[in-house]
Write a protein that binds this ligand. Structure first.
Ligand SMILES: [Zn+2]
Ligand SMILES: [Zn+2]
Length: 122
């Protein structure tokens, strides 16, 4: 075998090795792409779940706020507002006694004559 043929043979062998490596890289890239798709799929699923959870939390929060709105005295934010005045505003009895000695509603300044009416929530 001449020197030239030997060199050509070596070059061809090297080229073949590179070819193999290129194929390997290609198949690895395909695997990665598949995995990437799966991850993306999971990500969008997770995002969907997350937005559903957010919606649920929001709904619960709204329900909670409504409940708070309905039940807590707007003055002390502690007691149940279970007494109503003639103007239709609700407060707890201790706030009515404390802040409305002049028989004037703290919200609308309307005066009231009758005693606050106790409300019973179901
Ligand atoms: Zn109160
Ligand atoms: Zn009022």
């Amino acid at each position: 075998m001449g020197v030239r043929a030997k060199i050509v043979g070596e070059i061809e062998a090297t080229a073949q090795q590179y070819q193999l490596k290129a194929q390997e890289c290609q198949s690895r890239a395909e695997v990665f792409e598949k995995e990437l798709l799966q991850v993306k799929d999971e990500k969008s699923k997770t995002e969907l779940e997350l937005s559903q959870i957010r919606t649920e939390v929001y709904q619960l929060q709204t329900k909670y706020d409504e409940k708070e709105e309905r039940e807590l005295c707007t003055l002390c934010l502690e007691n149940t507002r279970d007494h109503t005045l003639e103007c239709g505003h609700y407060f707890c009895l201790s706030c009515i006694n404390e802040y409305m000695a002049a028989k004037t509603c703290a919200m609308c300044r309307q005066s009231f004559q009758r005693a606050p009416l106790k409300i019973y929530f179901s």
